[in-house]
Design a protein around this ligand. Structure first.
Ligand SMILES: Nc1ncnc2c1ncn2[C@@H]1O[C@H](COP(=O)(O)OP(=O)(O)O)[C@@H](O)[C@H]1O
Ligand SMILES: [Mg+2]
Length: 445
């Protein structure tokens, strides 16, 4: 159990459209991460799945059942928020068992479930403490434990680690990953942090301005971004993007030199990640740059080169390599990792690279759907062939690349939800007063 399907889902706040027609199928047991810049609609979409926000248009299915108009308590989902929302006057044990107690579960069952969750989350020693006597990470574990005891169909996490310091965030990230392996439950996780997305997800859903921009495994999004937004959002530090001109078989970097390519159509920008550039002698490679800033990080050093018309280029070099500010170097781009974009920022496929990827994939026999019980889906070579639209190219344009073109969407707000419901079959209207909204939040958390 735990398959979730969103069908053309929209969210309007009065006449402002925040979610602009989202279609998404989440498989049972999958770990899906919604990632995107602040304000793009991640939390709203998650709250719509959890039932804390009405769905203005479209529908939501859980395990094949239409739950669009079901209240949160009927959806069997459990939500963990950034704010832990623990009851300060209750012990850890009582906080974790509270939802079962209010549901009238027998004490023996509550004790057994709380003890099992405490064991999974290593909270055994803290069961009799109050939340104020716990660290931030321990409090967040209690909030997760409170979800586990309810044995939900799926877990919904909204930026659960944002309040933690950097070291604790890494630790909790590992714990959530292990928890997913242990529970084998569907998890939907919202974050603006692409590192969390890359490390946790089976599949990442990149959102921007209320639309899905691209969906794929971390590996697919990193290697084959469908447009310049995804290219620069996924990967840290972000991909260098700069102007170029192209003709048949060649590209020329603005203010620099040429390299080979086999593009399906003209491109105006190219991109390359810091780890795919090599610094050599001045005059070598595709462009010369002057060392501007050197950031030593231990294992790696990042060097910001001023490349004139191509702009600043960030280059990763080995940690012990020393470059001096003011020196001029030639920068060579790894042919297998150059990306090209048209004037709209949509990826232009390099046919030679696409052919190589397709050959590799046919050798590796990719899996289109997560196999039952498989844990390391993200390690499977499931990335599709890159987008390609040239009539002579043997590759089909995959669905996700079409996403880079804005989807047509309704321009008028739908009928108010209450009116819509009144006109269709009788349905329960979710409570609207602030006190009843609190009850709804508690029911889902
Ligand atoms: N209750 C609301 N009324 C009006 N606008 C809202 C409401 N809740 C969220 N929004 C708007 O919806 C957009 C998406 O918000 P949100 O889903 O919280 O973004 P994210 O979680 O990606 O940062 C924002 O522009 C926000 O201002
Ligand atoms: Mg949010």
């Amino acid at each position: 159990m735990g398959a979730i399907t969103l069908n053309a889902v929209e969210k309007w706040f009065a006449d402002v459209q925040v979610i602009k027609g989202v279609d998404l199928a989440i498989h049972k047991g999958e770990f899906v991460v919604f990632v995107g810049p602040s304000g793009c609609g991640k939390s709203t979409l998650l709250r719509m799945i959890g039932g804390l926000e009405d769905i203005s248009r479209g529908s939501l299915d859980i395990d094949g059942q239409d739950v669009t108009d079901q209240p949160p308590s009927k959806r069997g989902l459990s939500m963990v928020f950034q704010s832990y929302a623990l009851y300060p006057h209750m012990s850890v044990r009582d906080n974790m068992g509270f939802s079962l107690k209010t549901a009238g579960a027998p004490k023996a069952e509550i004790d057994a479930k709380v003890n099992a969750a405490a064991d999974t989350l290593k909270l055994d020693a803290y069961l009799d403490r109050r939340p104020k006597d716990l660290s931030g990470g321990q409090r967040q574990r209690v909030a997760i434990g409170r979800s586990i005891v309810r044995d939900p169909t799926a877990f919904l996490f909204d930026e659960p680690l944002s309040n933690l310091d950097a070291a604790l965030r890494v630790e909790m990230r590992h714990e959530i990953s292990k928890l997913h392996q242990t529970l084998d439950a569907t998890m939907i996780y919202v974050t603006h942090d692409q590192v969390e997305a890359m490390t946790l997800a089976d599949r990442i859903v990149v959102l921007d301005a209320g639309r899905i921009i691209q969906v794929g495994t971390p590996r697919a999004l990193y290697n084959h971004p469908g447009n310049v937004f995804v290219a620069q959002f996924i990967g840290s530090p972000k991909m260098n993007v700069f102007p170029c001109t192209t003709d048949t078989g060649n590209y020329t970097v603005a203010g620099g030199r040429s390299g080979t390519c086999a593009l399906s159509r003209p491109a105006t920008q190219m991109g390359i990640r810091p780890e795919h550039i090599t610094a050599g002698a001045a005059g070598s490679g595709q462009v010369d740059g002057t060392v501007d800033v050197v950031e030593f990080l231990g294992a790696d050093t990042f060097v910001l080169f001023d490349c004139g018309a191509a702009g600043p280029l960030n280059v990763r070099i080995s940690g012990d390599a020393a470059l001096t500010v003011g020196d001029i170097h030639g920068l060579s781009f790894d042919r297998a990792h150059t990306h090209f974009f048209d004037a709209d920022g949509v990826t232009v496929t390099d046919c030679a690279l696409a052919l190589r990827v397709a050959r590799r994939q046919s050798t590796l026999a990719p899996t289109a759907k997560k196999p039952e019980g498989a844990r390391a889906w993200h390690s499977l070579p499931s990335s599709p062939a890159p987008a390609f639209s040239h009539p002579s190219c043997p590759f089909q344009t995959p669905n996700w690349s079409r996403r880079s073109t804005p989807m047509p969407t309704a321009t008028t707000p739908p009928m108010p939800t209450r009116l819509r419901r009144a006109r269709s079959r009788p349905r329960r209207i979710p409570p609207k007063s602030s006190s009843s909204r609190r009850r709804v939040s508690n029911a889902v958390s």
